[in-house]
Design a protein around this ligand. Structure first.
Ligand code: PMP
Length: 445
C-alpha cells in the first residue's frame, strides 16, 4: 500500500513534501479519539482528522444512521426533488442556526459553501428590490483562509494559497486582521481593540459603496494560524454591515458545531450574519456535506423565473445527498444528547490549565485558544518574538515528532494545532497535550 500510495496518489498540499518523504502512514481504522495504521500502530487524532470528527471515530449511532439510510436510498437528485433526510436536516439546522438564517442551501465541502455565499451576495445586489450592481466587491481579512476554490481563495489572503493564482482571482478589499501577539497596528496586546475596530471603520467608510459583503471567520481564524479576535470584534463587523448596507458572511466551517465552546462562534458576540457557511463537523466527519444558510431577505431576491435570470445558478450532483444528511441528523442528535457544546466549553477550561504550563517553554511564544480550538505559536526568541524562518519548518518537525510519539496533528506555519474531538475525555486531553509538549521540547531545545 505504501508503495502504491507513492506511485499513484497525488496528496493534497504537496508543500508538505517533508511529510511524504517520511514513511507514509496508511490509516486502517479508527476508534473513539484514536486512529490505527496498517502496522497496528495507535495515534491520538489530535486535530479531529482536519477538524471534522467531533464525535471521534467508529461511532455506533453514526454508523447506524448511514446503514439505516443505505437500506432505503443512498442518493437521488435534489434538482427539483426533495428527500427525507435533507428536508429534516434543513428544518433542524434552521432551528439551531443564529436567528434570521432560515434557508438551507446544500453543497459538498467548506470551500464551496463559502463560494456559494459569495456568489449569493454578489448576485443579491443585482436583483434585490433596490438593486445596487456597483456593490460588487468583498471586504476580507488579510490573512484569511476560506477554502481552495477560486472564489474561496479570492476572499482569502494567505500568500501560500493565493500567490500563484493571483492573476486568476477576483480582487477584494483587504483589512488587517486582529493578531494581538503581533499587532498589525503596533498596539500592545490587551489594549488593541480600538485599533482593530478603527481599521474596520475606515475600510467600511471608504469602500461601502462598492461592498457586496464582508467575509469573516468569526472569533478565531483557524487556518490563518488560530488567531483570535478581541471580544466584540464580530459585533463590530455586524454593526458596520448594518450601518453601510453590506451583507455579513460568516465562515463557520471550522468554528461551527461547538468547537469554540458555543454552538456557533457568532453566539459569543450574540450576532447573526446574513449568510453563513458550515461544513466539517456537520456530519461528524462521516460524509462530505456543507451548507450555506441564508436570510429570508437574501432568499427572496432569488425568487423568479429562469428567463428573468433571477435563479441562483449553482448546484451539485450530490446536493442534499441522503447519506450525508442522515448522518448529519444523527450527529446533531449526539451533540444534544451528550451536551457536547457545554462539555466543550468545560473541557476548554481543562485544556487551558494544561496549556498554562507550556508558557514556561523557551520557544513557545503565544498560545491562542477559543474553546477546543488551539494554536501554539513557536518562536526562535521568546523575548523579541522573533519567529522561526518559515524554511526551518519547526511546525512540521514538531508534528512529525509527535507522530512518532503516537499523536497526529497538523502545523500551520510555526503554529501547532490542537483541535481534538469534542468527545475526548479530560485524561485524553491531558495526555495529548503532554505528547505535544514533549515534541515541542524535542524539536526546539
Ligand atoms: N473555511 C474554513 C474556515 C476552513 O477552515 C476550511 C477548511 N480548513 C474551509 C473553509 C474549506 O473547507 P473544505 O476543506 O471542506 O473545502
Amino acid at each position: 500500500l505504501a508503495q502504491w500510495d507513492k506511485q499513484y496518489v497525488w496528496h493534497p498540499f504537496t508543500q508538505m513534501k517533508d511529510w511524504l518523504e517520511e514513511e507514509i502512514i496508511i490509516v486502517a481504522r479508527g476508534e473513539g479519539v484514536k486512529l490505527y495504521d496498517t502496522e497496528g500502530r495507535e495515534y491520538y487524532d489530535a486535530f479531529s482528522s482536519i477538524w471534522v470528527n467531533i464525535h471521534g471515530h467508529n461511532v455506533k449511532e453514526l454508523n447506524d444512521a448511514i446503514i439505516d439510510q443505505l437500506g432505503k436510498i443512498a442518493h437521488s437528485s435534489y434538482l427539483g426533488y426533495g428527500n427525507i433526510p435533507a428536508t429534516l436536516l434543513a428544518r433542524e439546522l434552521v432551528e439551531i442556526a443564529p436567528p434570521g438564517l432560515v434557508k438551507v442551501f446544500y453543497s459538498d465541502n467548506g470551500s464551496t459553501a463559502v463560494e456559494v455565499a459569495v456568489k449569493m451576495a454578489f448576485h443579491y445586489w443585482r436583483q434585490c428590490p433596490n438593486p445596487r450592481p456597483e456593490k460588487n466587491k468583498f471586504l476580507t481579512l488579510m490573512n484569511a483562509y476560506h477554502g481552495d476554490t477560486i472564489g474561496a481563495v479570492s476572499v482569502g489572503g494567505i500568500d501560500l494559497y493565493h500567490g500563484t493564482y493571483r492573476d486568476l482571482l477576483f480582487p477584494t478589499i483587504k483589512v488587517a486582521a486582529p493578531y494581538c501577539y503581533r499587532c498589525p497596528f503596533g498596539a500592545k496586546a490587551g489594549q488593541c481593540e480600538k485599533e482593530c475596530e478603527q481599521a474596520l471603520e475606515k475600510a467600511f467608510a471608504e469602500h461601502a459603496h462598492e461592498l457586496a459583503g464582508c467575509v469573516i471567520e468569526p472569533v478565531i481564524q483557524g487556518a490563518a494560524g488560530m488567531i483570535t479576535q478581541p471580544p466584540g470584534y464580530v459585533k463590530k463587523v455586524r454593526e458596520l454591515c448594518d450601518r453601510y448596507d453590506v451583507l455579513m458572511i460568516c465562515d463557520e466551517v471550522a468554528t461551527g458545531f461547538g468547537r469554540t465552546g458555543a454552538l456557533w462562534a457568532v453566539n459569543h458576540d450574540g450576532v447573526s450574519p446574513d449568510l453563513m457557511a458550515i461544513s466539517k463537523g456537520l456530519t461528524g466527519g462521516y460524509m462530505p456535506l456543507a451548507v450555506t444558510l441564508a436570510t429570508q431577505k437574501v432568499y427572496d431576491a432569488f425568487y423568479g423565473d429562469y428567463a428573468e435570470m433571477k435563479t441562483f445558478f449553482h448546484g451539485h450532483s450530490y446536493t442534499g445527498n441522503q447519506l450525508g444528511c442522515a448522518v448529519a441528523l444523527a450527529s446533531l442528535e449526539l451533540l444534544k444528547k451528550h451536551n457536547l457544546v457545554t462539555e466543550a466549553a468545560r473541557k476548554a477550561g481543562v485544556v487551558k490549565k494544561v496549556l498554562a504550563e507550556f508558557n514556561e517553554l523557551p520557544h513557545v511564544g503565544d498560545i491562542r485558544q477559543a474553546g477546543l480550538m488551539v494554536g501554539i505559536e513557536l518562536v526562535r526568541d521568546k523575548l523579541t518574538k522573533e519567529p522561526y524562518d518559515w524554511q526551518e519548518k519547526m511546525g512540521i518537525k514538531t508534528c512529525l515528532a509527535a507522530r512518532k510519539k503516537g499523536l497526529i496533528t497538523r502545523p500551520l506555519g510555526n503554529n501547532i494545532v490542537f483541535m481534538p474531538p469534542l468527545v475526548s475525555n479530560d485524561e485524553q486531553l491531558q495526555e495529548m497535550l503532554e505528547i505535544i509538549k514533549a515534541s515541542i521540547i524535542q524539536v526546539t531545545e
